[in-house]
Design a protein around this ligand. Structure first.
Ligand SMILES: Cc1cc2nc3c(=O)[nH]c(=O)nc-3n(C[C@H](O)[C@H](O)[C@H](O)COP(=O)(O)OP(=O)(O)OC[C@H]3O[C@@H](n4cnc5c(N)ncnc54)[C@H](O)[C@@H]3O)c2cc1C
Length: 400
């Protein structure tokens, strides 16, 4: 039988990982990207065991170990004096518990690794989707350059401003969270005198937090500096930022933050958006994944992870619920939506908890960090990191 032909729109982390998963499931895959080169701004990304497990299965185990940093622990520190509020082991202990490592990547390294696994030359660059039409026999994607492609199914992996979602369900703007993030990299040799361990460190304080960890086999220290801003008026949702503006936000905080920022040459500024859970992710032969259907605030470090899980589940549903495409997509949504919604909601809750003013609520939060864990209860973490999206979807066949 001729394999199903999948059109994947968007070659970001979610789309490229989905393209690999769909091909592994036996589909013929065409991957389209609007830009002329796959782009990821210079910043880091955390990849937790729930997805390093999947990427390992895609044959990327050795490449990940070479490109990434394996952090030893996650640490939360108080903004003013650096007091450690809580710490959890990541390195060997998390790998033993969940059977897969925790990694820190430079985004460009991760996207390069995924592109190589799919086949860089096969990614159709400069193809911006402008319309989608479907009928009983297939789906047609139309592109800005006047070209079009026909397939059996289409996956919208085109990010928070998804055109595919707009074509399916109409225009709906994402919600500005009132928070912005500066992101950037400091060459490791410029911060060597700080003797920083291979931890991910989160400084939490009134109205903001500051995260740093090493990426690119330890050659750079990545930072994310989040603070509150009443409105975002720029048309772009990311912009070149000024390092001195970022430094001003953290005046009065522990001097280590100023030292890290003084080692940085350039920074980008991001408006942080999310969306309330969407009622629908699929219609007929079209389904959404990643930020296109569940954009989330980055406070669980799970946006890309959930997008990669989506791709694995989608591919497994198409393989195991093979009677028709809309049914496979409905099974995918039934599996994925409760999980992605829970992570979206937990991420939103952290945006308040990380930024508390000093006072009774902050003391209560610090007590929880010290006694219950910095990333949620052990049960919640088991649910998050112990999950195998491919295996869960594969059981659908048995249940049917
Ligand atoms: C500050 C910050 C820190 C974060 N940290 C983490 C972290 O540590 N761990 C984690 O898992 N997640 C993290 N995230 C979230 C993560 O970056 C996103 O959730 C993830 O990149 C979403 O992937 P995606 O493939 O769904 O969308 P995107 O990465 O947005 O990719 C969409 C792709 O589609 C293309 N595209 C768009 N429109 C079209 C079109 N019309 N036609 C063709 N192509 C199109 C785009 O050019 C792009 O390449 C963080 C986010 C932020 C803002």
């Amino acid at each position: 039988m001729k394999p199903l032909h999948a059109l994947v729109i968007g070659a970001g982390i979610g789309g490229t990982a989905a393209a690999i998963a769909l091909r592994r499931a036996g589909l013929d895959v065409s991957l389209f990207e609007q830009t002329m080169a796959q782009r990821e701004v210079g910043a880091g990304i955390q990849i937790s065991p729930n997805v390093s497990r999947l990427l390992g299965r895609y044959g990327l185990g050795d490449a990940m170990a070479r490109a990434a940093v394996r952090p030893s622990s996650v640490v939360f520190r108080r903004w003013q004096d650096g007091r450690v509020l809580g710490r959890e082991e990541l390195g060997d202990s998390i790998e033993t518990r969940y059977g897969a490592p925790y990694y820190h990547f430079h985004r460009a390294d991760l996207i390069a690794l995924l592109a190589d696994a799919f086949g860089r030359k096969e990614i159709k660059l400069g193809r911006r989707l402008v319309d989608v039409a479907q009928d009983e026999t297939g789906v047609t994607a139309r592109f800005e350059d006047g070209s079009s492609e026909r397939g059996d199914l289409l996956i919208g992996a085109d990010g928070i401003h998804s055109q595919v979602r707009e074509r399916l369900f109409g225009v709906e703007k994402p919600r500005f969270s009132g928070q912005i993030a500066y992101r950037g990299l400091a060459p490791a040799e410029r911060v060597a005198h700080l003797g920083l361990p291979l931890d991910v460190t989160n400084w939490v304080g009134p109205g903001g937090h500051f995260v740093h960890y090493f990426v690119s086999s330890g050659r750079f220290l990545n930072f994310v500096a989040v603070s509150e801003e009443a409105s975002w008026t720029r048309e772009q949702w990311s912009d070149r930022g000024s390092v001195s503006d970022a430094a001003k936000i953290y005046e009065g905080w522990h001097p280590q933050i100023a030292t890290i920022l003084s080692a940085v040459d350039e920074t980008f500024k991001w408006a942080l958006f999310d969306r309330s859970p969407l009622p629908e992710w699929t219609r007929g032969r079209v389904a959404l994944l990643g930020d296109a259907c569940h954009p989330m605030l980055p406070y669980m470090a799970q946006g890309a992870a959930q997008a990669i899980e989506d791709g694995a589940a989608l591919a497994a549903c198409l393989k195991h619920v093979a009677f028709d495409i809309p049914s496979a997509f409905r099974a995918y949504v039934a599996l994925r939506k409760p999980r992605a919604t829970e992570v979206q909601e937990r991420s939103r809750a952290n945006s308040t908890s990380f930024h508390l003013q000093d006072g009774p609520q902050q003391l209560e939060r610090d007590h929880v960090f010290a006694t219950r864990g910095v990333r949620g209860s052990p049960e919640a973490m088991n649910r998050l990191y112990g999950y195998d999206a491919e295996a869960v979807a594969a059981t659908l066949e048995e249940k049917r």
